[in-house]
Ligand binder design. Structure first.
Ligand code: AMP
Length: 354
């Protein structure tokens, strides 16, 4: 087993806030992070000495980056599969190409989840307007059309309430899609869990997640799940991680049905916005946990010692940084430009565990 000792270098593809928080967690363990990003003002560049500014298909830059790293990971899933293949031939990459490839395609991901005996929303592959009409007829009058690849924060998604609308939206996207039945859920939740190189598994307590305009607004722990549902949610994440022989942190987004059923919405092969509260509320955060797994260290203790509410700071809300800084544990991501809908930071408020 490949273990990266203190002083070693963890390469991180992607330089957003997740890369930034991974780099900070690596530093605390005496590891160094090398951030690779194609954006000159990547927030993660601000916190690391080791950085590469290059495109994800620049093989010379990727080879040099791999030479300088002991293990490599990524902070977003829209990385070209060829990039991961290229790097995997040189250094250990975790999560691996299979986990990344599967979670990049909503259809493959849903088929995989079903193959494990888990539940999802009803879904149909849709490649053109005719498919969309036929698929819509099998739903209960409402659905969400999603592009199979490259969607995030509601992009590449459309709610549809008629066969015509479904057909139009499919043609507008002009890409392979899936049409999902609209789930009348009671609330949304997510399991943030980790699997180590030694097969060890650790799941954090499950937050309830509230979205606004397709962007995560708030995560709260504990969630309204019963202890049995909470246990079941963690078992779902474990099944997925073990079936993929996964290494690193993964997030499993769930719909909690009004009947109490847990439906898997999406798997993110990375640290996740709904796990940011673990920085203050847990012995070992999701970021430290991911670095530990990628570096081949034993997983840390995911125990939660406080109740927590994490709220995202979106767009111009960051202008209120001074009052926000008085209201809880403030994290600002160092993003120069404030744009509508852009995640600028978050604040976590703790209260004693009830
Ligand atoms: P996704 O990009 O698949 O995570 O979807 C983003 C958000 O859209 C989810 O967090 C839900 O709030 C909503 N959503 C997605 N799919 C469905 C569905 N099948 N039924 C109801 N709401 C959905």
């Amino acid at each position: 087993m490949n273990i990266v000792a203190p002083g070693g270098v963890i390469g991180v593809l992607g330089g957003g806030q997740l890369g930034r928080m991974l780099a900070l967690a690596a530093a605390r363990l005496g590891l160094r992070a090398h951030i690779y990003s194609d954006e000159v003002d990547a927030p993660a560049f601000q916190v690391t000495a080791l950085k590469t500014l290059a495109r994800y298909d620049d093989e010379a830059a990727l080879a040099k980056f791999a030479d300088g790293c002991d293990a490599i990971t990524f902070e977003f899933e829209n990385i070209p599969a060829a990039t991961i293949q290229f790097l995997s031939a040189r250094k250990p990459v975790a999560p691996d190409a299979r986990a990344l490839g599967l979670t990049q395609d909503r259809l493959a991901e849903k088929n995989f989840v079903i193959s494990l005996g888990l539940q999802t929303a009803p879904f149909h592959a849709v490649d053109n307007g005719d498919d969309a009409r036929m698929a819509f007829a099998k739903l209960n009058g409402a659905g969400i059309l999603k592009t199979r690849r490259f969607g995030y924060d509601g992009k590449g998604q459309a709610k549809v309430t008629s066969a015509d609308e479904a057909a139009r939206a499919t043609e507008k996207f002009g890409a392979p899609c899936i049409l999902e039945g609209l789930v009348d859920f009671s609330f949304e939740a997510s399991v943030i869990a980790a699997r180590g190189r030694d097969g060890g598994f650790a799941a954090f307590d499950v937050p309830e997640n509230i979205h606004e305009n397709h962007i995560l607004r708030r995560s709260t722990v504990p969630s309204p799940l019963s202890p049995a549902q909470e246990q079941q949610a963690k078992i779902i994440a474990r099944k997925i991680a073990e079936a993929l022989d996964y290494v690193g942190v993964l997030a499993v987004e769930l719909f909690v049905g009004k009947d109490g059923a847990l439906l898997v919405n999406e798997i993110a092969p990375r640290v996740h916005n709904s796990g940011h509260w673990t920085i203050e509320a847990c012995t070992c955060s999701q970021f430290e946990q991911h670095i530990r797994a990628v570096a081949g260290w034993p997983l840390g203790d995911p125990a939660r010692h406080a109740d927590a509410v994490m709220e995202n700071i979106i767009g111009a809300e960051a202008d209120a940084w001074e009052s926000l800084s008085r209201s809880g544990a403030l994290h600002l991501y160092g993003k120069g430009e404030t744009r509508m809908g852009r995640k600028m930071g978050h604040v976590t408020r703790l209260s004693p565990r009830k």
